[in-house]
Design a protein. Structure first.
Lengths: 311, 113
């Protein structure tokens, strides 16, 4: 579910990342103003295009489209020069413009295609249509998807791919006390990492809850802390060490509903005395070591097993 | 029932995650205690709360919640919306209180414990 969200954010980012040059069709076909409409008809048919820029030497002087051709055919004239039927002084795009800005131009004008020129030389370098934008976006999305697939594949095979007698991955996060702006960030990133590593969803979920509660405890009560994760093929070990006030009575802190949180913390919805019970519920093994005035260390072990993988 | 249908039926305001409105909602959970949600909200449920600070986003992500409904017309803090957009979390708000909101969700078939 979360991959989809990330993917959607990606597609929105694409509009801000892709430039006209990335999706335009490099121009190869153009016509001169002195050519005839009959020549245009043959050219459009031959190349299966519905419009093209009109070039006088190096300069774009107009756009001529299939709509102009139809109007000409309906009028019953026997022949005409392109110069007399084209749209003069067309709006043009620069090849280095971001797609997000260009899309507006399509919306605000009734034009279906724009000539693209080089921002320095002002020479024609391509043509852009809505269709080309969509094609370009789809190509880029596919690239992104493949890259994420490869990332996930690599991550989930890391234990198989590396050869050693003992294999473990260590990930560490620094925690800053009372920084509610960053609070939860380490756990959020860790959840993403675990999914990439191909850890079973139920285990990811248990670790997410345990790590969030441990992280919040450190953020609420301590000045700073360190969150460490050790991921091995059979188990995930988490240790959160904080430099905080410590817990006077660890046994009581394990009881649901016991909390020493100040009022302002409770107002935010923390400090309900459920943090440590939640951690215990999610852990296969939990250990709390605390020294008043020095700090607290919460250690959690979750056995990942090897059975039921990919569930 | 999707978040979009719920939003339409209850006349909710969407604050973030417009692209998440096709999420199916079958269960709900109501609490202002973040640890209670972490410990007890069913995965994928819709969370009704008064809390509007940034940390609700992390809770929604960690519990893979379908979305968050703020009650009594409370709007999320600015940085809450920013975080929600970044993480892809839908935040909606109801002009009604928590009890009425939950009751209407229940009428629509959203189950709770």
């Amino acid at each position: 579910m979360h991959e989809q969200q990330a993917q959607h954010a990606k597609t929105q980012e694409l509009l801000f990342e892709l430039r006209v040059a990335d999706v335009m069709r490099p121009q190869v076909i153009c016509v001169r103003p002195d050519q005839t409409m009959t020549e245009l008809r043959n050219l459009l048919r031959e190349h299966r295009i519905s419009g093209t820029p009109v070039l006088d030497g190096d300069e774009v002087v107009g756009m001529i489209t299939i709509a102009d051709l139809i109007a000409f055919l309906v009028s019953g004239e026997s022949e005409a020069r392109i110069a007399d039927k084209m749209t003069r002084n067309p709006q043009m795009l620069f090849s280095d413009q971001l797609l997000v800005h260009v899309i507006r131009q399509f919306d605000e004008t009734r034009f279906g295609r724009f000539p693209v020129i080089d921002p320095q030389t002002h020479k024609l370098v391509g043509i852009l249509t809505k269709g080309l934008i969509i094609e370009g976006m789809l190509r880029a999305m596919e690239r992104e998807l493949k890259e994420e697939e490869i990332r996930q594949y690599r991550a989930s095979h890391i234990f198989e791919d590396l050869v050693a007698e003992y294999k473990e991955i260590y990930l560490t996060y620094e925690l800053i006390g009372r920084d509610f702006d960053r609070a939860g960030k380490a756990s959020t990133q860790m959840k993403r990492n675990l999914k990439r590593l191909g850890i079973r969803p139920d285990i990811v979920h248990r670790l997410a809850v345990a790590s969030y509660e441990a992280e919040m405890n450190a953020v609420i009560y301590a000045d700073s802390g360190v969150m460490e994760f050790r991921i091995a093929p059979e188990e995930i070990f988490m240790r959160v060490r904080d430099r905080g006030p410590g817990i006077e009575d660890v046994a009581r802190a394990m009881e649901p509903g016991y909390s020493s949180a100040p009022d302002w913390v409770r107002e935010m919805g923390f400090g309900a005395g459920m943090g440590i019970p939640n951690i215990r519920k999610c852990a296969d093994k939990m250990h709390i070591q605390s020294t008043p005035g020095i700090g607290t260390t919460v250690s959690v072990r979750i056995f990942t097993g090897r059975e039921g993988e990919g569930a | 029932m999707t978040l979009r249908e719920i939003s339409d039926r209850l006349g909710l305001t969407v604050h973030s995650g417009c692209d998440r409105l096709d999420t199916e909602v079958t269960r709900g959970y109501m609490s202002d205690m973040l640890s209670d949600v972490m410990g007890n909200a069913p995965i994928g449920s819709l969370w009704i709360t008064m809390q509007k600070h940034k940390n609700i986003v992390a809770v929604a992500v960690m519990k893979s919640l379908a979305g968050i409904v703020l009650v009594k017309g409370r709007a999320p803090d600015e940085d809450t919306v920013a975080a929600a957009e970044e993480e892809g979390v839908a935040i909606l708000s109801s002009a009604q209180g928590a009890f009425a909101t939950a009751a209407r969700l229940h009428e629509l078939g959203v189950a709770g414990d």
